[in-house]
Design a protein around this ligand. Structure first.
Ligand code: S3P
Length: 441
C-alpha cells in the first residue's frame, strides 16, 4: 500500500525499561489541515502555531500554494497564511497530489466543488484505492460536477463554475471527512447546507469555522452552514491526541512507566481513547491547562497499570477511530479478551487496519480473531518477530509500542509513512526510554 517503498524505513524495537519523562508530541493533524484550508480562503492574514509539519499536512499546504496562496513558514511549526478570500483561489497548473492524505482529498473535494476553475486530485497508491464515492455522491446532490473512477476512487476531476445549492444530507457512515467536505461546499452554495450525523464525529471543522467568523448552527446531530465569507484569525494547534495515544498505551503496558504528555487536545469528539483505556484499567490523569480555548487542551499523566479486556462500547468507536491500532496493542497486553465491534470503517483507512492488526498480532504470537467490523483479542505475551505495517503510519507506531513490552526484538517494515502524521516518532520514544532504531532500506 505504501507509495514510499523505494527508500523505505524499517524500525527495530527491543524490550524497554520504564518509560519516563515529559513529551510534547506534534500538532494535531486534523486541526492543522483545517487551519491551512480555512486560512487560505479567509480574508486577511492568519497565523498558525503548533502546526504539524508532517507529510499529510504539508501536502495540504502545497495544494493551496499551487492555487496561489502565499504561505510563509516562520519556523517548522509556525505558518503565516495570506488568505485570498473565499473566491480568490486560482487554478493549479496540473493535478493536486495529496500523497497519503485522505483528509486532504475528502475536504478539498468539497472546497474545490465551489470554485470557478477545474481541478484534479490524485494521491499515492494507498489514497488512490480509498473510497471517494462517499463525498462525490452528496456533492453531486448539491449540484457539483465531479467524476472519479467506476470503482469510486481517485483521480477525482472537479469541474469549475458549477452552481451549488444547499441540501439536507443524512450521512450513511459516521465520517468527519464527509461532513466537513459538505460544510466546506456549503460555504459556496445557495441556501442552507445541513448534515445529519448517525453518531458524533470530530467537530474541528465546526469549531474552526466559528473561529473564522462563520455562523454554524448545530444541535441534535444536525449541522448547518450557508454561503458566508471568512475572516482571518490566529489558530493554536494542540498536540495530537492520536499521536499521544501511542504513548498512553506504551506507558500503560511497560511496568514502572510514568509519562506526562503536554498540551494534548482533548476535544470530547476525539478523546474516547482515554475512556477506553481507563475502562481497561489504565491510570490516566487529566490536568487541564489554562483557560478553555476553542479546542480544549490538557496535560495527560499516564502510569503503568495492569489492564483487563473489555467489550469496547460501540458509541465510543467513531470518536476513537484512529486509535484502534494502539488500543488493540493494549488489548494484547490485557488480562482476558477485548472485543471491538462496529468498526468496519477501519477496513478503509490508510490500510485495512483490521487485517493489518490481526496479521501483526499473529506474527507476535497473540491470538486475535478478525471480524468484518472489528476483532477480538486475547491478552498474552508479545514474542519476537517481524510485522508488516502495510505502509500505514498508525500500524507501524502501534507495533513499535508493542515492541517495548515484547519478550524479544520486534522489527517493523514499510515505516516511511510514519512521517505523514508523526515526524520524529522514534526520537520521542527514545527520549522517554524506548529502545528503538530506524534503518533506511
Ligand atoms: C479525519 C476523520 C477521520 C479520521 C482521519 C481524520 C478528519 O476519517 O480517521 O484520520 O480529520 O476529519 P473519517 O471521516 O473517514 O472517519
Amino acid at each position: 500500500m505504501s507509495a514510499n517503498r523505494a527508500g523505505n524505513v524499517r524500525m527495530q524495537v527491543a524490550p524497554a525499561g520504564p518509560l519516563r519523562g515529559e513529551l510534547l508530541v506534534p500538532g494535531d493533524k486534523s486541526i492543522s489541515h483545517r487551519a491551512v484550508m480555512l486560512g487560505a480562503i479567509a480574508t486577511g492574514r492568519s497565523r498558525i502555531s503548533g502546526f504539524l509539519a508532517g507529510e499529510d499536512t504539508l501536502a495540504t499546504m502545497r495544494a493551496f500554494q499551487q492555487m496561489g496562496v502565499r504561505i510563509d513558514r516562520r519556523e517548522d511549526t509556525a505558518l503565516e497564511i495570506h488568505g485570498v478570500g473565499r473566491d480568490g483561489l486560482r487554478a493549479a497548473h496540473g493535478p493536486l497530489d495529496l500523497g497519503n492524505s485522505g483528509t486532504s482529498a475528502r475536504l478539498l473535494s468539497g472546497l474545490l466543488a465551489g470554485q470557478a476553475f477545474d481541478s484534479e486530485i490524485i494521491g499515492d497508491a494507498s489514497l488512490m484505492q480509498r473510497p471517494m464515492g462517499r463525498v462525490v455522491d452528496p456533492l453531486r446532490l448539491m449540484g457539483a460536477e465531479l467524476s472519479c473512477t467506476a470503482a469510486g476512487t481517485l483521480p477525482l476531476k472537479i469541474r469549475g463554475g458549477a452552481r451549488l445549492h444547499g441540501v439536507e444530507f443524512a450521512l450513511p457512515v459516521a465520517s468527519a471527512q464527509v461532513k466537513s467536505a459538505l460544510l466546506l461546499a456549503g460555504l459556496y452554495a445557495e441556501g442552507d447546507t445541513c448534515v445529519m450525523e448517525p453518531a458524533p464525529t470530530r467537530d474541528h471543522t465546526e469549531r474552526m469555522l466559528r473561529m473564522f467568523g462563520v455562523e454554524v448552527r448545530s444541535g441534535d446531530g444536525r449541522i448547518c452552514v450557508n454561503r458566508q465569507p471568512l475572516c482571518a484569525t490566529d489558530i493554536q494547534v494542540p498536540a495530537d491526541i492520536s499521536s499521544a495515544a501511542f504513548f498512553l498505551v506504551a506507558a500503560s503496558i511497560v511496568p514502572g512507566s510514568d509519562l506526562v504528555l503536554k498540551g494534548v487536545g482533548i476535544n470530547p469528539t476525539r478523546a474516547a481513547v482515554i475512556d477506553i483505556l481507563r475502562a481497561m484499567g489504565a491510570q490516566i490523569e487529566i490536568h487541564s491547562s489554562g483557560a478553555p480555548a476553542s479546542e480544549p487542551v490538557a496535560d495527560l499523566r499516564v502510569r503503568y497499570s495492569p489492564l483487563t479486556g473489555i467489550h469496547i462500547p460501540r458509541d465510543l468507536v467513531p470518536i476513537a477511530i484512529d486509535e484502534f491500532p494502539a488500543i488493540l496493542v493494549a488489548a494484547a497486553c490485557a488480562d482476558g479478551i477485548t472485543v471491538l465491534t462496529g468498526a468496519a470503517e477501519l477496513r478503509v483507512k490508510e490500510s485495512d487496519r483490521i487485517a493489518a492488526m490481526a496479521a501483526g498480532l499473529h506474527a507476535l504470537g497473540i491470538t486475535a480473531e478478525p471480524a468484518a467490523d472489528g476483532m477480538s483479542v486475547t491478552g498474552g505475551v508479545f514474542r519476537r518477530g517481524t510485522v508488516d505495517s502495510a505502509g500505514d503510519h498508525r500500524i507501524a507506531m502501534a507495533f513499535a509500542v508493542a515492541g517495548c513490552r515484547a519478550s524479544g526484538q520486534v522489527q517493523i517494515t514499510d515505516c516511511a509513512n510514519v512521517n505523514t502524521s508523526f515526524p520524529g516518532f522514534a526520537g520521542c520514544l527514545r527520549a522517554v526510554g524506548g529502545n528503538i532504531s530506524e534503518q533506511q532500506v
